[in-house]
Design a protein around this ligand. Sequence first.
Ligand SMILES: Cc1cc2nc3c(=O)[nH]c(=O)nc-3n(C[C@H](O)[C@H](O)[C@H](O)COP(=O)(O)OP(=O)(O)OC[C@H]3O[C@@H](n4cnc5c(N)ncnc54)[C@H](O)[C@@H]3O)c2cc1C
Length: 417
Amino acid sequence: MKDLLILGAGTSGTMMANHLRRELSKKEWNITIVDKEETHYYQPGFLFLPFDIYKSKQVKKSIDKFIPKGVNLIREKIDRIDKDTDQVFLQNGEAIPYNVLIIATGTDIAPEEIEGMKGPQWHKDIFDFYTFEGSKNLRDKLRVWEGGKLVVHICEMPIKCPVAPLEFAFLSDSYFINKGMRDKVDITFVTPMDGAFTKPVATKALNHLLSEKNIKIVSNFNIEKVDTENNKIVDYGGKEVEYDLLVTVPTNMGDAMIERSGFGDDLNFVPTDKNTLQSKVKDNIFAIGDATNLPASKAGSVAHFEAEILTENILRFVEGKELKASFDGHSNCFIETGHGKALLIDFNYNHEPVSGSFPFPGVGPMSLLKENHMNHLGKLAFRWVYWNMLIKGKHIPFVTSAMETAGKNLEEEKAVV
Ligand SMILES: Cc1cc2nc3c(=O)[nH]c(=O)nc-3n(C[C@H](O)[C@H](O)[C@H](O)COP(=O)(O)OP(=O)(O)OC[C@H]3O[C@@H](n4cnc5c(N)ncnc54)[C@H](O)[C@@H]3O)c2cc1C
């Protein structure tokens, strides 16, 4: 018997366990998956919890519910990978040998990276919404908050779901309008980027939406510290932004076990071939999802496209065939804009998000880079798709792992430089 070992049973690891148990012979391959948690969180739901749109129980289920029969689940913290002996050491000292390894340990927030952030104000006046705990505590705060300066902030890129902070700002606008207190809340979006998003065409559209909703934007803000005595964030150039309530996306980092294993970049992301998903660490090590250093968005939709390609490449690898360099960086993301509307963006390594229709050219029914109610319904439906199709490794109809160019107004890319 040979051993395939998957590290992390979040979105990517669970998808890979489901795909590969179907594809690899049970007589030849043991499959093991390791995770320290008992709960699988639907992280996109962390955006909705603070606004009382979702309840806690809608965003979490037991991890083992989604691990298929024939896959051995180990609940333990991973200590490190020993790539030279093809073994993984767990925190309890156990060593697990492997023939093929898949790293799917994701990324987590590291608020301790910024001076003053994780001090006495943490989860009192300074919140994250990238963890279940942070999102729930923020919900409790928003329920009783009487208004003031709300600052929605990104520490540094890359972060998972790079549009989530923008969505938070948009949803705050509609939340406070619905509560009849928008005039008591001053919303500012503070980002290290030079606009609302990473790509120019979408940035133009999203900057426009921010101003329409009376949300100020402070760009090119590279945070140095949080001055908790004076309630302000300070950047390296001396710029300052005051807050009463700071909702921040702290630095996102890969797990420390990557560092302990002796590889990974400055933020502990795994060097990975952007087209084949084979790691640059060793041939029998592959990486997927947020744990990689790929120049693609860190998103569940991206992990879903990667999982289809990685499954094929693992099968090719174990059969001694050449890998296919077919991952194009495809990303597909709804952007909730409040008041029952959302935008949709669809892009890859070569093409940025532009307007158009999706998934059927000219027909839609979803529209790209334009707010509508259908997109919002799509965003809400994503939770059902996630629990029932995506993490079970089922094919999602009409959505292909390679990005379709049909139906997209690609000439817009040339218009905005
Ligand atoms: C607020 C928010 C909104 C989002 N919205 C969207 C959206 O609308 N659309 C979208 O597509 N994506 C969205 N995402 C992103 C999406 O949730 C992630 O990109 C996706 O979950 C990544 O999957 P992953 O498997 O790579 O990592 P994860 O799902 O985070 O899984 C990593 C797993 O590894 C485990 N692990 C890590 N280190 C260790 C260790 N040392 N030992 C044992 N186990 C370990 C963790 O416990 C975890 O279970 C959002 C994320 C957030 C936070």
